[in-house]
Ligand binder design. Structure first.
Ligand SMILES: Cc1ncc(C[n+]2csc(CCOP(=O)(O)OP(=O)(O)O)c2C)c(N)n1
Ligand SMILES: [Mg+2]
Length: 345
């Protein structure tokens, strides 16, 4: 299936979506679909909570949201096995949920509280959850790509048949680490899958000022690996592309580069009003809202009805409100702890 795509000032670009397949063809049950849907709405509610907390001056770190990216983060993580590795970026809260992290744990960290995974040293997603095999990003864009590739090399050397899933933004894909990481993964045929979350902007920079090639996925050919350009607002398309890529990786066929096309529906973070984004771009992508699209599909299939939908939304809102209450009651770390875990000569 071919669709027009409104890439900012790259309007001639077309993409092929591997969906058009329904959930049964992808091996997903009705229950799987409801799980995908619930994770999408709880990720959206989490973001609504973050926006509220930012407006109340309760966020000490940046208030990054992932509105518009839910199908990409959730569809991809859903295709992982439990013991695969996840290297998320700052718009992948949905993948954290799918991997099994609780809203309470996430909120503790985002509010920089004492019992968060960084013990209050960070207010975003820069942390490691050993048990769930989530290795969070550091601030430097693309710096985790070579680390993720290293983990993929370890998996291959141990013959573990595990996959490493990593994401990067359209902006981060211009950093040197991106090229070095992909190249070595390709040469060594490592079980590594990199999703470029092409959400039209890197901060205020539109795509035409970021790269001169037509699609970012064109780079895959240069590294001799398969590339997929997909509609990142279609959760089933994302799941399908990832499932195939993970299968290839597990079979020793090496890495895949996936370009998942979405829109960042808010500013870079909540301090940014995104006034540099033309209104019609938001209007176009609003019609492609990943949650509404999937909801429509599930209603058509008879998997969702208004009653189930309202129950799930209430459940998600309650879950996030409980997480916020819980995290707000948790203290900040004591000042004396600040130097713990800091290495010095
Ligand atoms: C190497 C590096 N350069 C610049 C920054 C500052 N910075 C943080 S996020 C960001 C924009 C990232 O855009 P993109 O990769 O497209 O991801 P998005 O935020 O759109 O999801 C920039 C410039 C950084 N963290 N690291
Ligand atoms: Mg971007």
């Amino acid at each position: 299936m071919e669709n027009d795509i409104l890439l900012t000032e790259k309007k001639d670009v077309k993409y092929k979506t591997v969906s058009g397949k329904d959930h049964e063809l992808l091996g997903l049950s009705s229950q799987d679909c409801l799980e995908l849907y619930y994770n999408m709405i709880r990720a959206r509610e989490f973001d609504n909570g973050i926006i509220r907390l930012y407006r109340q001056s309760k966020m000490l770190g940046g208030a990054y949201t992932a509105i518009g990216n839910e199908a990409t983060s959730i569809g991809s993580a859903f295709a992982l096995n439990k013991d695969d590795y996840l290297f998320p970026m700052h718009r992948d809260i949905g993948a954290h949920f799918v991997k099994g992290q609780s809203a309470k744990q996430l909120m503790l960290n985002h509010l920089a509280k004492k019992d968060g995974l960084t013990r209050g040293r960070d207010g975003t997603g820069h942390y490691y959850d050993r048990e769930l095999r989530i290795i969070g990003n550091i601030s430097h864009l693309a710096a985790m790509i070579p680390v993720a590739v290293g983990v993929a090399l370890a998996c291959k050397m141990r013959n573990e048949k595990k996959v490493v899933l990593n994401y990067i933004g359209d902006g981060g894909a211009s950093v040197g680490d991106f090229h070095e990481g992909i190249n070595i993964a390709a040469v060594m045929k490592l079980p590594f899958v990199l999703i470029i979350e092409n959400n039209q902007y890197a901060y205020s920079t539109p795509l035409k000022k970021q790269y001169a090639c037509k699609n970012l996925i064109d780079r895959a050919e240069g590294y001799g690996i398969p590339g997929e350009l997909i509609d990142g607002t279609d959760v089933l398309a994302v799941y399908d592309a990832c499932k195939l890529a993970f299968e290839r990786a597990r079979n020793g066929e090496g890495p895949t580069l996936i370009e998942s096309v979405t829109m960042r529906m808010r500013g870079h973070a909540e301090h940014d009003d995104a006034s540099y984004v033309p209104k019609e771009i938001f209007e176009y992508w609003k019609k492609k809202d990943p949650i509404e699209q999937f909801e429509k599909y599930l209603m058509q299939c008879g998997i969702l009805n208004n009653e189930i939908k309202n129950d799930l939304h209430k459940k998600a809102i309650d879950e996030i409100n409980d997480a916020i209450d819980f995290a707000e009651k948790n203290p900040y770390p004591d000042g004396e702890e600040a130097s713990e875990g800091v290495y010095a000569l």
